[in-house]
Design a protein around this ligand. Structure first.
Ligand code: UD1
Ligand code: UDP
Length: 370
């Protein structure tokens, strides 16, 4: 059975690499990996950690790329590879521009599409942007949907997807996480080792979403700065996304603040182990809302919605929006109240027990048996 996997950004790679390795170990599958290179350094570092050498690399990334730039290159590039390889199924992940356009290329070539991490919905087509649009579209024509949770399964049912096509599998992110977490992890980076995680309240910050570009992101950064002024115990670590728009803004707003460590994006292994060490996380990331609860770390979400309500219901994730005052108040409340903190720092794991890749393999064998 020939399975082709296409991915292109950091989070897709983190969540697809464990699946690639599982499939490659099983002789019943002929596995082809195509990366689009929508991200470059941030993708390559994940491929290195999981020791994956792609069969194809479209190498499309350009600085300042638009959604349309990415879409055109992915659609055309993946189309050519599908024509050459003629796979039985093409697997895509989640909701990026790589995801949607690779899936469309498969559909136009009448190749089945399997959607990993299917059924997440915010129910606002503009937020996250363009991810809600991308995943809805893929959900409307994929042949197999690997839904992480029952909630994701129900979202797809509500949109008219037949239940025989949906499988609840958990999320491969937990498979990935279990591969990289080490109990006594030591960072290669001296700056990270020297931070006093015991006596300081160290906050890990990440921020990259397109809908937050501009004023919302400036509000978020101003709020973070105010938090360091109002609580003397706080230190912030901000591994900055490679996007120059984000880096310029961060460098401008945080300039000269010695409580804020502006660092390069971390490789997945140090990043995951850093989650386990810090006091709490402020983020607009999707994947981190899945990882941090599994490691018992409270997450304050810098967005107006989430497509991951499971951890909110469990109490470890809280949406605090993009308004400066609210971000400051909510964060200080959590920093200053032991009771609040205890409530939010219970380890919960609505996203599976690290066996998601095995479940996906079982489904592929069952569905594609010739
Ligand atoms: C993309 C996805 C988003 C996902 C995010 C994960 C789309 C439209 N967006 O957003 O869904 O949540 O990835 O991080 O698919 N860059 C580098 N090196 C890298 C990566 C990025 O220099 O390794 C810079 C480039 O200048 C690039 C810019 O970042 O043009 C933006 O990258 P892009 O993939 O367009 O958007 P993201 O915001 O990363
Ligand atoms: N991550 C990483 N290094 C970093 C920041 C994040 O390895 O410096 C990982 C993180 O653990 C998670 C994924 O990248 O698995 C999330 O990616 P991102 O926030 O870029 O995208 P999203 O999940 O929001 O689509």
């Amino acid at each position: 059975m020939k399975v082709m996997l296409v991915f292109g950004t950091r989070p897709e790679a983190i969540k697809m690499c464990p699946l690639v390795n599982k499939l490659k170990k099983d002789k019943r599958f002929d596995v082809k990996v195509c990366v689009t290179g929508q991200h470059r350094e941030m993708l390559d570092s994940v491929l290195e950690i999981f020791k994956i050498k792609p069969d194809y690399d479209l190498d499309i990334m350009a600085h300042g790329q638009t959604i349309v730039d990415i879409s055109i290159k992915v659609l055309k590039g993946v189309d050519e590879i599908i024509k050459k390889e003629n796979p039985d199924i093409l697997l895509v992940h989640g909701d990026t521009s790589t995801t949607l356009n690779a899936a469309m290329a498969a559909f136009y070539n009448q190749v089945l599409v399997g959607h990993v991490e299917a059924g997440l919905r915010s129910n606002d087509i503009y937020s996250p942007y363009p991810e809600e649009f991308n995943r809805k579209l893929v959900g409307s024509f994929a042949e197999i949907h690997f839904a992480p949770t029952l909630g994701n399964f129900n979202n797809l049912l509500n949109e008219g997807v037949k239940k025989e096509k949906i499988y609840i599998t958990g999320n491969t992110v937990i498979d990935a996480l279990l591969e990289v977490i080490e109990e006594k992890y030591v960072f290669e980076d001296k700056e990270l080792n020297e931070i006093d995680y015991e006596n300081k309240k160290v906050i890990l910050l990440t921020c990259h979403r397109r809908e937050n570009w501009g004023m919302p992101m400036e509000n978020i950064f101003e709020a973070v700065k105010e938090i360091t002024d109002k609580n003397q115990d706080v230190e912030i670590i901000f591994p900055m996304h490679k996007n120059p728009r984000i880096r310029e803004l961060a460098n401008r707003v945080f300039n000269g603040n010695n409580k804020i460590h502006l660092i390069e994006p971390l490789d997945y292994k140090p990043f995951a182990n850093l989650i386990a060490k810090v006091h709490l996380i402020m983020t607009d990331s999707g994947g981190i809302q899945e990882e941090a609860p599994a490691l018992g770390k409270p997450v304050l979400v810098l967005r107006t919605e989430t497509e991951r309500p499971e951890a909110v219901i469990a109490g470890t994730v809280k949406i605090i929006g993009i308004e400066k005052e609210n971000i400051v108040n909510e964060t200080l409340k959590l920093l200053n109240s032991e009771k609040e903190y205890e409530k939010m720092s219970n380890a919960v794991n609505p996203y599976g027990d690290g066996k998601t890749c095995d479940l996906i393999l079982d489904v592929l064998l069952k569905k594609l048996k010739k």
